[in-house]
Design a protein around this ligand. Structure first.
Ligand code: COA
Length: 149
């Protein structure tokens, strides 16, 4: 019987891990989804965002980023490597970021802009659609919210 993989999701600890997160985002958003590279990276990547890395047996396979704005926290750029999708890794990334918000932040609610095709993923995790659909980088999105406080 195969040994279960060790999965760790946590904030990055060094520049190598930051670059690994950016590489996954580039593969997924720029490579697969044709998001322009100048939109995929923004000013918050230089500072103001906390980057989370998902390590599967030590290999970077997923990421997500957190920004905290007073009572609100915002999760962005959630991405899982193509070969690891459907294994529960995306859900673990979200759950660990939520745990971090509960533990480390004053925010009592999380907001995110979900790609419409991913809204069901977030709904399974307790997020609720809010407002009208909107365009971001040529992809239809919807705001979703969840209370965590
Ligand atoms: C969206 C994404 C992060 C989900 O990660 P994942 O590791 O494949 O998802 P998980 O395996 O953790 O799925 C958790 C649950 O959500 C469901 N789910 C996953 N993707 C879904 C989707 N697009 N729509 C509806 N449900 C979805 C799974 O079936 C699973 O359901 P279950 O708990 O009943 O078994 C991943 O598909 C991805 O990186 N996509 C490309 C980038 C992207 O679109 N990111 C979102 C930007 S808003």
């Amino acid at each position: 019987m195969p040994i279960p993989a060790e999965i760790i999701v946590r904030p990055i600890e060094n520049e190598t891990e930051r670059e690994a997160c950016f590489a996954i985002r580039h593969t997924v958003f720029v490579g697969e989804q044709n998001v322009p590279v100048e939109l995929e990276r923004d000013e918050y990547d230089g500072g103001g965002a906390i980057h989370f890395i998902a390590l599967v047996d030590g290999k970077a396979e997923g990421t997500g980023r957190l920004r905290v704005m007073g009572d609100w926290a915002k999760i962005q750029r959630v991405a899982v490597s193509p070969g690891m999708r459907g294994t529960g890794l995306g859900a673990q990334i979200m759950q660990q970021i939520e745990e971090y918000v509960r533990r480390e932040c004053l925010a009592s609610a999380i907001t995110l802009g979900a790609q419409i095709d991913a809204a069901g993923f977030y709904e399974r995790l307790g997020y609720v659609r809010h407002g009208d659909e909107f365009d971001d980088a040529g992809i239809v999105h919807i705001e979703m919210r969840k209370q965590v406080g």
